[in-house]
Design a protein around this ligand. Structure first.
Ligand code: HEC
Ligand code: HEC
Length: 211
């Protein structure tokens, strides 16, 4: 009977999920999850969700909850190898992942200036970003990541306003095979085709775009 009551109570909670989850998400973000390993996200991802690039802590503010949740599962599965996020991701329950990613997604995005592909690229970073290098089968980044790198839907994360150190680290991770979580190895192919100079240039370019 007790278990039954619990089920009904759970059902009622689910019905009222939006406001309840928003509160839970904020609580997990600021104070951590129910299990000891689920550290408070705010310590590294910062109160505004803009991260802290010196520590390699990414911005998560305003990103798609679906994308963020996928990343947490990818850390757990080892498709994205990271010594800091593995124990944290593993200590979050499914409910907690849902709630906290919704909260992250609700934080204010960075502002990105309008940059069309018609613009004449200035410098190596912008050249790659809006033209790519088709002689080496490198598509322009904005083809998937959107104009100015603002991100598109649940699949293509924003690059604008993300930290330069973090962006370069991700491209290195794909080169080294420690991040292998994208469909059809699209990013793997791109990262392996880029030179070190190009990685630094394109990371600096997108980091400089968002405020
Ligand atoms: C001790 C610092 C630290 C704490 C605390 C922390 N993170 Fe992270 N987080 C990181 C680092 C570092 C990365 C980048 C890992 C990498 O380079 O792959 C990251 C990456 C992420 C990403 C991927 C972002 C992207 O753009 O792909 C998500 C999602 C994430 N963290 C969620 C969380 C959640 C949820 C919490 C709290 C429950 C949390 N993090 C707590 C350090 C931290
Ligand atoms: C064909 C589509 C496509 C193109 C073109 C593309 N990307 Fe990506 N990129 C993706 C996808 C998909 C992801 C997310 C993978 C995942 O699920 O983790 C991604 C993720 C990334 C990330 C990780 C972001 C984060 O928050 O962790 C970086 C950095 C990145 N791309 C850089 C670039 C750069 C630089 C270029 C241009 C040289 C580029 N991408 C071009 C599809 C693309």
């Amino acid at each position: 009977m007790r278990a039954f009551k619990h089920l009904i109570y759970g059902g009622l909670l689910a019905a009222a999920i939006s406001p309840a989850m928003a509160d839970d998400g904020e609580k997990i973000y600021k104070q951590g999850g129910s299990q000891p390993g689920a550290l408070a996200c705010v310590t590294c991802h910062m109160p505004d969700g803009k991260g802290m690039d010196a520590g390699g802590f990414p911005k998560i503010a305003g990103d798609s909850a679906v994308y963020l949740s996928k990343q947490i599962h990818d850390f757990k599965k080892g498709l994205r190898e990271n010594a800091i996020m593995l124990p944290i991701a593993s200590a979050l329950t499914e409910e907690e992942i849902k709630a906290v990613t919704q909260y992250m997604s609700s934080l204010d995005k960075v502002q990105v200036p309008e940059i069309t592909r018609a613009k004449t690229p200035e410098g190596l970073g912008e050249q790659l970003a809006i033209r790519g290098d088709w002689s080496r089968s490198i598509p322009e980044c904005v083809a998937c990541h959107g104009p100015g790198g603002v991100g598109v839907g649940d699949t293509f994360p924003p690059l604008a306003g993300q930290g330069a150190k973090y962006l370069a680290a991700q491209l290195h991770a794909w080169q080294q095979g420690t991040r292998k979580n994208d469909q059809n190895d699209l990013m793997g192919h791109i990262a392996r085709s880029l030179t070190e100079e190009e990685i630094i240039a394109v990371a600096d370019y997108f980091a400089g775009l968002g405020k």
